[in-house]
Design a protein around this ligand. Structure first.
Ligand SMILES: NC(=O)c1ccc[n+]([C@@H]2O[C@H](COP(=O)([O-])OP(=O)(O)OC[C@H]3O[C@@H](n4cnc5c(N)ncnc54)[C@H](O)[C@@H]3O)[C@@H](O)[C@H]2O)c1
Length: 351
């Protein structure tokens, strides 16, 4: 990978990924295409904005003319697609946007990349692509649906998404698969478990709870708080994506997870303990409709075949995360004082 199109690079994982690339690869050109929705935040990239290896472009992955223009200008050999509407609660109130961005936007990227990378784009039967090109779709474990108290998702677990968000991500995965099977396009799909770490928008569990603790506000916990997720520190996710870009077998799906199952309530209590606040701040609110009970990732394929494994334990990752939010209060304050606040009030006012 030499010239890489990162989409959604102003969001949580995308901005961590851009930082990760710049820290770990010298000979690289990165173009970050991001629409800057409510979740995109250029403050996440302020420290590297002047880096000569990096360029930001504001725009929509579903804007075909723009994506074509970028391919013509930069001749990308790699695409990593993070751009998405990513919050399950928002997908319940506005599913249309999720299908447009997550499915049609993905198809636009794939199609432009296919036409640019095929050795003979006019020959509909040719399956030959330029050497060394790859499209990587950043997907999620939520496409597999929910688990009971035992078992784990493997790459062959049938897709059974339960929310408009996960349905849109599963649909995008099928479109990526179709570009491989139909056109022979060099692709990979990664399906990662829940991430945590710096720059996460404070509508998601961990930054929301840290922020509320610091502001001495109540901590709204869905239902009994016993929803179990398999948590991974975001830098480990970035390293896994690089392993798949460099060594992943074409056409393969890789699950990414850290064997780190935790109930939401356990995380909330850990944050309270680390910030020195009382459990009296916890308020149980009505559960999300269709809330998946448990996710767990079997990471045997990526650890066994690509040699990736997480560097961070939950303790080291959480300590680093809480520390980061404590030292970046102004980052959080800027978000919380804006549109997010209105959303937050609507979301939790009547629960
Ligand atoms: N957060 C997690 O725990 C997690 C876990 C597994 C997979 N994922 C996947 O990783 C990806 C990134 O997740 P995240 O948590 O960083 O999301 P995020 O919501 O923080 O960031 C999404 C980014 O995409 C941008 N964007 C949205 N619509 C766009 C469009 N039409 N064109 C261009 N840019 C657009 C936003 O401005 C934002 O910067 C998503 O595809 C998500 O499904 C997330």
């Amino acid at each position: 990978m030499k010239t890489i199109l990162v989409t959604g690079g102003a969001g949580f994982i995308g901005s961590n990924f851009v930082h990760y690339l710049l820290e770990n690869y010298d000979d690289l050109t990165i173009v970050n295409l991001d629409l800057l929705t409510y979740a995109g935040n250029l403050d996440n990239l302020a420290d590297i904005a002047e880096d000569k290896r990096y360029t930001f472009v504001r725009g929509d992955i579903h804007d075909r003319a723009l994506v074509e223009e970028l391919f013509d200008k930069w001749d990308f050999d790699t695409v990593v697609n993070f751009a998405a509407e990513s919050h399950v609660d928002r997908s319940i109130t506005d599913p249309d946007l999720f299908l447009t961005t997550n499915v049609l936007g993905t198809q636009t990227l794939l199609d432009v990349a296919k036409n640019h990378w095929k050795l003979d784009p006019k020959d509909r039967y040719s399956r030959e692509f330029k050497e060394g090109v790859k499209y990587l779709q950043v997907s999620t474990d939520e496409v597999y649906g929910a688990l009971g108290p035992t078992g784990m998702f493997t790459e062959t677990t049938p897709l059974a998404p339960n929310s408009p968000y996960s349905a849109s991500k599963a649909s995008a995965d099928f479109v990526v698969r179709a570009y491989d099977k139909t056109y022979g396009m060099p692709v990979n799909i990664t399906r990662c478990s829940n991430n945590y770490g710096p720059y996460q928008f404070p509508e998601k569990l961990i930054p929301l709870m840290i922020n509320n603790c610091l502001a001495e506000k109540s901590l709204p916990v869905y239902g009994d708080g016993m929803q179990i997720r398999d948590w991974l520190y975001v830098e480990d996710h970035c390293a896994a994506i690089c392993a798949v870009l460099e060594k992943g077998a074409l056409g393969e799906v890789y699950n990414i997870g850290g064997n780190n199952e935790r109930a939401n309530i356990e995380i909330v209590k850990l944050i309270l303990e680390n910030t020195g606040k009382s459990e009296d701040l916890i308020v149980h609110v009505k559960d999300r409709p269709g809330h998946d009970r448990r996710y767990a990732i079997d990471n045997t394929k990526i650890t066994g075949t690509l040699g990736w494994s997480p560097k961070y334990t939950f303790q080291t990752g959480m300590a680093q995360t809480i520390e980061w939010y404590l030292h970046h209060r102004e980052w959080m304050d800027k978000i919380v004082s804006g549109e997010y606040l209105k959303y937050y009030e609507n979301m939790y006012a009547n629960r």
